[in-house]
Design a protein around this ligand. Structure first.
Ligand SMILES: Nc1ncnc2c1ncn2[C@@H]1O[C@H](COP(=O)(O)OP(=O)(O)O)[C@@H](O)[C@H]1O
Ligand SMILES: [Mg+2]
Length: 311
């Protein structure tokens, strides 16, 4: 049996189907990505896996333990880094970790040792005596991750761990995920940032409107759409209306203009490039830069839903 098995799980809030028939499997040593726009149902799914929310229907097995039956055993192997920071602002970093450690049943020398290790992982040993309220958002997030590691879980579940934090902490968190995984920990990494999921994850489930709309390795997901490229142009003298001028060009699937950047999704980008440039030229747009990206998870999402991930 896989470390995590989610079988046809549902959760509705009133008439809203937050999670609607999701099945996923995560194996030992995997970094599994859960990618989807805001509102897709990622946090609801995570809450059910973490045993905080009871599914209306379906089954979840963690390390062979069925959630709802052997919940206590299941809980022992998971570490949750929730979307919201769960720390006491007036306590120091170490005091917060001590608190969480005791919640996991740790004490004495073992607790001290685990807190030391967790502070090390967070890269914040030197700030351990400072109050959380003096920390940046990114540092708080790193302590939140440290708290989830104290009981040495087999599987770490992270819910949007890099939203709204500084680039330095973001990089630290991404590196931490890779390091923990190298040491044998499985990770479920939830995000609406395609680049992070693409960078970290060996397999990815793409969620939208409560459903998994695609699941597989990066390669398998890219193969879903064939040969669509993304042409990125930096242009001046343009406004949103430029989208309507470009859309009719044959072979173009989608155009997004934002902040002097034009993103064009097209089959066979080579053949439409000349036409694209001529349309921009006749609209008196100045082109500063052009580059062509390979297909990525963003284009997979667009292909499957007709929307951009961050619409
Ligand atoms: N406790 C709740 N009560 C009512 N609606 C909720 C609750 N939790 C989530 N939802 C709704 O369920 C949908 C999925 O939310 P969520 O799981 O937070 O998505 P994501 O994490 O992908 O952004 C959203 O429309 C959200 O408003
Ligand atoms: Mg969420």
């Amino acid at each position: 049996m896989n470390l995590l098995e989610v079988k046809n799980v549902f959760k509705t809030y009133g008439s809203l189907k937050a999670v609607s028939g999701v099945s996923i499997e995560v194996g030992d040593g995997e970094v599994f990505g859960l990618l989807g726009p805001n509102g897709a149902g990622k946090s609801t799914l995570i809450s059910m896996i973490s045993t905080l929310v009871k599914p209306d229907n379906g089954e979840i097995f963690i390390n062979g333990n069925r959630v709802g039956r052997n919940t206590k055993e299941a809980k022992k192997v998971i570490g949750l880094v929730p979307q919201e920071i769960a720390l006491y602002p007036t306590l120091s970093a170490r005091e917060n970790l001590n608190f969480w450690g005791r919640m996991y049943g740790l004490g004495g020398n073992l607790l001290t040792q685990r807190v030391d290790e967790a502070l090390e992982v967070a890269g914040l040993s030197d700030r351990q005596k400072d109050r959380i309220e003096s920390f940046s958002g990114g540092m708080k997030r790193r302590i939140n991750i440290a708290a989830a590691l104290l009981h040495k879980p087999k599987i770490l579940i992270m819910d949007e761990p890099t939203v709204g934090i500084d680039p330095q902490s973001r990089n630290h968190i991404l590196e931490t995920v890779l390091k923990l995984n190298k040491e044998g920990m499985s990770v479920i990494y939830t995000s609406h940032y395609m680049e992070e999921v693409e960078f970290l994850c060996s397999r990815i489930a793409i969620m939208d409107h409560g459903k998994v709309i695609a699941c597989g390795s990066k390669e398998e997901l890219r193969n879903l759409i064939g040969d669509v490229d993304i042409i990125n142009l930096d242009i001046a003298n343009a406004d949103k209306q430029i989208e309507d001028l470009i859309k009719p060009i044959s072979g173009i699937q989608k155009v997004i203009f934002d902040n002097n950047k034009l993103k064009v999704y097209a089959k066979e980008s080579g053949t439409i490039l000349a036409r694209l440039i001529s349309v921009l030229d006749s609209a008196k747009c100045k082109i500063h830069n052009i580059n062509i990206e390979d297909t990525n998870l963003e284009s997979v999402f667009l292909h499957l839903t007709g929307r951009a991930l961050r619409d």
